[in-house]
Design a protein around this ligand. Structure first.
Ligand code: F0G
Length: 359
């Protein structure tokens, strides 16, 4: 059989904090494409931009890299159930990996605030789901409390196993390019992923594989931007539901990553996020969920502020698949629902509707 990608634990075993002989719970996560995006490079005035397309993971988001580690270790410690708070992607991933491991998953989601695609995934993987009357931050407090007092293992990114697994994305970027980019850009919610990428790059630097760590640029939605405000936000609001988080779990780790990489945090409006969501699918060919376009939207904002050198090589992580949240794709720029025109099976009629010229 030809070589098949074996998932991040098997591919990077020697570089992960995991015991030999552990039964690996994997769905083949990682090994995602690094897509060259000349249209985006042109838009922002950089030499090269690549997208790390994390929607290509088994459950459609980057969470799977951390979840294989968290669930593998939970099982090694004898856990019979895992729990998480989630804006949707973590719960989809936790539920899938728990199903693969043959254990239970419990997910706490903010009522009415996760997309149907993500809810469908958690249901499909038979999670026990509760909608909490509150926001993500309330769900996380509850999940932590339950995991401390009941027999259920926490798999949110406050669990260091998650960060450990997610750092493998940096390894892949360096392997694909042969160098580290000047800037690494991504959306930020809890900042677990931002911290994980920095950890990965720092390890590559310490091992002498790369000459410098990229400047880490993290972007939040304006109504939900605690890192920009410098303090938690009590009632975060944004259409980017995946990153509607006011009290980030990885606050200290992220600030240290920002500091060490000479990076920065910024905020973009929902309008800027939706514009970039459309640009990525229309002009680059990569369909992401709106929240995932936040990093690229921030890159454009920084380009307008003159912060991007023309010789810059930039990687932007797009975190989740567009199919997670098709609602925004089904609207045009004015916000009207798009509905394809109905037609008969007559070639002449179809050609006329399409304005095709006869050859
Ligand atoms: N992008 C997407 C698509 C996400 O789902 C998340 C987080 C982020 C970015 C931000 O990552 O929290 O590590 O800074 N989603 C979590 C969830 C909160 O529950 O699915 P972060």
């Amino acid at each position: 059989m030809a070589h098949q990608w074996r998932g991040v634990i098997n591919e990077y075993f020697d570089r992960l904090d995991i015991e030999k002989g552990s039964k690996v719970i994997t769905l083949g996560e990682g090994g995602t494409p690094l897509v060259h995006a000349p249209a985006l490079a042109k838009l922002v005035g950089a030499a090269d931009v690549w997208l790390k397309v994390e929607g290509m993971n088994p459950t459609g988001s980057f969470k799977d890299r951390g979840m294989t580690m968290a669930v593998t270790k939970a099982v090694a410690h004898g856990a019979k159930a895992v729990i998480c708070a989630s804006t949707g992607n973590t719960s989809a991933s936790a539920a899938a990996y728990a199903a693969a491991a043959g254990i239970k998953s419990v997910v706490l989601i903010p009522e009415g605030k996760i997309t149907l695609g993500k809810l469908g995934q958690a249901i499909a993987h038979k999670a026990a789901i509760l909608q909490v009357r509150g926001n993500f931050d309330d769900c996380l407090v509850l999940a932590r409390d339950l995991s401390e007092n009941y027999a259920v293992h926490l798999v949110n990114s406050v669990n260091p196993d998650r960060i450990e697994g997610q750092k493998t994305a940096s390894f892949e970027v360096v392997e694909a390019l042969g160098f580290a980019p000047d800037f690494h850009v991504m959306p930020v919610g809890n900042a677990g992923n931002y911290s994980a990428y920095f950890k990965g790059y720092l390890e590559e630097f310490n091992e002498g594989i790369i000459k410098a760590v990229p400047k880490m640029w993290g972007f939040q939605a304006e109504g939900s931007a605690p890192f920009v405000a410098g303090h938690p936000i009590e009632n975060p609001e944004t259409i980017a539901t995946a990153i509607r988080i006011g009290n980030p779990a990885s606050w200290d780790l992220a600030l240290s990553a920002q500091d060490c990489s000479r990076g920065e945090f910024g905020a973009v409006s929902d309008t800027e996020i939706l514009w970039m969501h459309r640009f990525l699918s229309n002009e680059v060919g990569v369909f992401v969920e709106p929240s995932s376009a936040t990093g690229a939207a921030g890159l454009l904002k920084n380009s307008k502020l003159g912060k991007i050198p023309t010789d810059a090589k930039i990687v932007v992580t797009v975190t989740g698949h567009g199919l997670k949240d098709v609602g925004w794709a089904l609207k045009d720029e004015q916000g009207n629902e798009v509905s394809p025109t109905s037609c008969s099976n007559s070639a002449a009629e179809v050609a006329e509707l399409l304005g095709l010229e006869k050859n």
